[in-house]
Design a binder for this molecule. Structure first.
Ligand SMILES: N[C@@H](CCC=O)C(=O)O
Length: 554
């Protein structure tokens, strides 16, 4: 089957009418495979490695160098990526340079493309709602970014709903303009949403489908031409999704898709000079790119995300369960994951911590409710834990051990869901603060307690953090909520008894606040902010007053 499918590798389907589109899909379904896909998820293996290609100027291409990825669950080399090297970027540079700054469409140019994108989104949303298709993407995500079926499916569902949201006329509504009457007859100012033209998108490994699709479509809706680079560890998911989008009518030259290392991508950005780059990933790379690209960048970088439990103790089981999901689902590898929990002293006399421990201990490798950590080794995480345990008064609450009986390769990490208690007075000390608030992209959290009169100390700890992505204030006490929300800045903050830090669907703005470079994802506001700029056209057509005369110089 794989070989038969592989022969279709270089085919790109021409856009089809709705009728032929549905008919051919039904036919293909009866042939027991997906019409756009070039792989069978379960067949990707050491003996039948899958191949991931690049797309440039409308053509799928290989490269002179193939990078081999190992299966994160058993170390078998299972995916070959055509990674473009520094000498091969020219076609990508040319492709991006062909797009003018006024974009592929704007309110004055090719407005029918807003409708085209409404159509593509409707078809892609329909495709992702079909059990065979969502199951395909869910399982493919699981192969490269191991997480439970439910967590991987969540990503596909968010993507499906997002596409459904921008069906029909909703893409053109994103480019809605407004007008203000002028000072005299014939004058009117109009504000338009204008594209940037050539743009770049760089996305991480942890949400192989959700982050790239939402950003990519946002960029396209507003009239930009993007080059997309997804972390090679998971880029197979987007490669297949691009094929689905082509199948749904996406013009093949509208997006370039590149696999490369960071150095090559940097060179491409410097040479192709995109007008805007959206980067989702680590703060270190974000800061370097901000300098290299002279600020023409928007970021969704790190998040040492916090949760504060207020004085009103209620629904202990629920709160414990949300803590467990927030800290450990996807093995803690969400930019929104709960990294620190501040418990009001009233919670200390409850069994919250022992409930969190029981829930953490239910997680198992078998169903990927705990799994490989792709950016930290086991040693690095345990090392960090040991450093924290040297802080006076700190202790291990649960976890703190390597996973056993598995074949996760040693380049990746594998530890039990872990929680370390560190006293608040120690956290805020200058010599501890940086260590305690270091983001570990894995199943790892800090827990601390504060007394009724120590809320200012908690707020001070939150103020000193350098990235402000998600947060949760778990309380139904309006005065407490007011105090904490009013003194903090996180871009996506959940407030109330059911507050969480993770699981933002497409209808919540998701992004950091407190940084002018901060990007958003998901909502119409996020798309407009990230992917378009304001352009004002002031019409001033006259007529002049009947007896107008040249006035004195001013
Ligand atoms: N929806 C995901 C985040 C996606 C990132 O941009 C979450 O809430 O963790």
């Amino acid at each position: 089957m794989f070989r038969v499918l592989a022969r279709r590798e270089f085919q790109i389907r021409a856009p089809q009418t709705a009728l032929t589109w549905l008919t051919s899909f039904n036919l293909a379904r009866s042939a027991h495979s997906l019409p756009f896909a070039t792989i069978e998820v379960e067949e990707v293996s050491g003996s039948q490695p899958a191949e991931v290609y690049n797309l440039v100027q409308g053509k799928w291409t290989g490269s002179s160098k193939w990078n081999t990825l190992v299966d994160p669950l058993n170390g078998e080399p299972f995916i070959k990526i055509a990674e473009v090297d520094e000498n091969e970027i020219q076609p990508f540079v040319e492709s991006l340079s062909k797009c003018p700054k006024h974009g592929l469409h704007n309110p004055f140019k090719s407005p029918e493309r807003y409708l085209l994108y409404g159509d593509i989104s409707a078809k892609a949303a329909h495709m992702l709602s079909l059990p065979k298709v969502y199951d395909f993407f869910t399982r493919l995500i699981q192969r490269v970014a191991p997480k439970s079926y439910q967590q991987a499916l969540g990503e596909v569902q968010v993507t499906q709903k997002f596409l459904a949201n921008f069906s029909g006329d909703q893409v053109r509504f994103l480019a809605r303009s407004f007008a203000v009457p002028g000072n005299h007859l014939g004058q009117q100012s109009h504000g338009f949403r204008w594209p940037y033209g050539p743009v770049a998108i760089i996305t991480p490994f942890n949400f192989p489908l959700e982050i790239p699709v939402l950003q990519l479509m946002g960029a396209l809706y507003m009239g930009n031409k993007p080059v997309l680079k997804v972390d090679s560890k998971v880029s197979i998911v987007m490669e297949q999704m691009m094929r689905l989008l082509h199948y749904c009518g996406l013009p093949v030259e509208d997006i370039d898709f590149i696999n490369s290392d960071g150095k090559t991508m940097n060179k491409l950005l410097m040479e192709a000079n995109p007008q805007m780059t959206l980067f989702t990933g680590s703060s270190r790379v974000a800061d370097k790119l901000a300098t290299d690209l002279k600020g023409r960048i928007k970021l969704e970088d790190a998040g040492f995300d916090w949760k504060v439990l207020g004085p009103d103790v209620q629904e202990e089981d629920y709160v414990a369960w949300v803590c467990d999901q927030d800290a450990y689902a996807c093995s803690g590898q969400k930019c929104s994951a709960q990294s620190i929990l501040f418990m009001h002293e009233n919670w200390s006399s409850t069994s919250l911590l022992s409930k969190m421990k029981d829930l953490a201990e239910r997680r198992k490798l078998g169903d990927l409710t705990i799994g490989p950590v792709l950016t930290f080794t086991t040693e690095a995480m345990l090392d960090h834990m040991n450093k924290l345990l040297q802080i006076s008064g700190s202790k291990l609450l649960f976890g703190g051990e390597a996973l056993k009986n598995h074949s996760i390769p040693s380049i990746y990490g594998a530890i039990k869901p872990t929680a370390i208690y560190v006293p608040l007075e120690e956290i805020v000390k200058d010599n501890n603060y940086e260590l305690v608030t270091r983001e570990i992209f894995g199943p790892f959290q800090i827990v601390t307690e504060y007394k009724q009169d120590q809320l200012p100390m908690v707020l001070n700890a939150l103020e000193r953090m350098h990235a402000h992505l998600t947060a949760a204030v778990v309380s139904n006490d309006p005065l407490f909520l007011q105090e904490v929300i009013g003194n903090t800045v996180n871009g996506t903050t959940y407030a109330g008894l059911r507050a969480r830090t993770t699981g933002a669907p497409q209808n919540h703005w998701f992004g950091p606040a407190g940084d002018p470079r901060g990007a958003g994802i998901g909502t119409p506001e996020a798309i407009k902010l990230v992917w378009s700029c304001h352009r004002e056209i002031i019409y001033d057509i006259g007529p002049l007053e009947k007896h107008w005369e040249i006035p004195a110089s001013t």
